[in-house]
Design a protein around this ligand. Structure first.
Ligand code: G3H
Ligand code: 13P
Ligand code: ZN
Ligand code: NA
Length: 308
């Protein structure tokens, strides 16, 4: 059935592992992910962005996730990713999502608190949990100096005040990750000292890492080999994700690696099988690639295998 993340975060926190939160946009992506979670006996968060709702239309995604639950018997958290205002959060809560993110990170501190609090009040009344964000994720260049980090990364004391005043259930923090396939110009680098401080100040509280794709080199190379052009793509190394999951990170967001796995597999298949034009053939390859990639993440990076 559809569940909230309360129990699985508690167990992930105590067990020092993380739950994968995977962005879904269509049937093949959903199927690849849930098949992997089922085989690995892992808890699972499926998340839907505003862009995903626009692409697939809300009714389809909700029904596809319900179909995946019927088909596999899995418990799944259905989560809104990056809700930008109260209205979209309310819509998703009313539609039956069990978790929503209100992303007020672009607003000043007090406004972020006010907006988050309003969503928390509405959500909690309906048994839905809320993720918020404090700190700025995007556009962090290499060699950021200390004052730049202090301006954009999550401030540990503010994180404590934010959680206390909003009553939010989990918090996304900024420690150097960013969305997409170009996360670092030079060597990958996350501010683990900051993460440890935040985590120590909020014992037992689940933290969330956005922009956490590894940008798996094998898929980037395959895309480039079979007609693509994505030079210089770079993500968060797996050992950094493992380390973060031991420091209070309970939810790790992955979208870019799904996109790359699917695109690499489809590009390769179409180049190697120019006579094929049945979408089931190449979309099936994409689905298989997603399943294998997600199994690898669950087993070797998230550490959530056999925790159901
Ligand atoms: O946070 C961004 C996610 O990767 C979702 O991307 O807004 O293009 O669906 P999207
Ligand atoms: P990636 O772009 O690193 O996959 O991050 C996805 C994300 O944070 C979705 O909210
Ligand atoms: Zn995100
Ligand atoms: Na954890």
């Amino acid at each position: 059935s559809l569940i909230t993340s309360t129990e699985i975060f508690k167990r992930a926190y105590e067990g020092k592992y993380a739950i994968g939160a995977f962005n879904v946009n269509n049937m093949e992506i959903i199927q690849g992910i849930v098949e992997a979670a089922k085989e690995e006996k892992s808890p699972l968060i499926l998340q839907v962005s505003a862009g995903a709702r626009k692409y697939a239309r809300p009714a389809y995604l909700k029904k596809l996730v319900e179909a995946a639950i019927d088909d596999t018997g899995l418990d799944v958290v259905l989560h809104l990713d990056h809700g930008e205002d109260f209205e979209i959060c309310k819509q998703c809560i009313d539609d039956g999502f069990t978790s929503v993110m209100i992303d007020g990170s672009k607003h000043p501190f007090e406004e972020n608190i006010k907006l988050t609090k309003r969503v928390v009040e509405y959500a909690h009344e309906k048994g839905v949990v809320v993720e918020a964000e404090l700190g700025k994720l995007a556009g962090i260049e290499d060699d950021v100096n200390v004052s730049e980090k202090d301006a954009s990364f999550t401030d540990p004391d503010q994180a404590v005040e934010f959680v206390e005043r909003t009553g939010v259930d989990s918090l996304a923090i900024a420690i150097g990750t960013s969305h997409g396939a170009y996360k670092f110009k030079g060597e990958p680098n996350l501010d683990f000292e900051r993460l440890e401080k935040i985590s120590n100040l909020l014992p037992g509280f689940p933290l969330v890492l956005h922009g956490a794709s590894t940008v798996i080199p094998e898929f980037v190379e395959a895309c480039n080999k079979y007609g693509g052009n994505i030079p210089g793509a770079k993500g968060v190394p797996e050992d950094m994700l493992r380390r973060s999951s031991k420091l209070g990170i309970c939810k790790i967001n992955i979208d870019t690696d799904l996109r790359l796995a699917m695109t690499a597999a489809i590009r390769k298949f179409l180049v190697e099988n120019p006579e094929v034009f049945d979408p089931r053939k190449y979309l099936g390859e994409g689905r298989d690639a997603i399943k294998e990639m997600v199994k690898h993440k669950i087993k070797h990076v998230l550490g959530s295998s056999n925790t159901l």
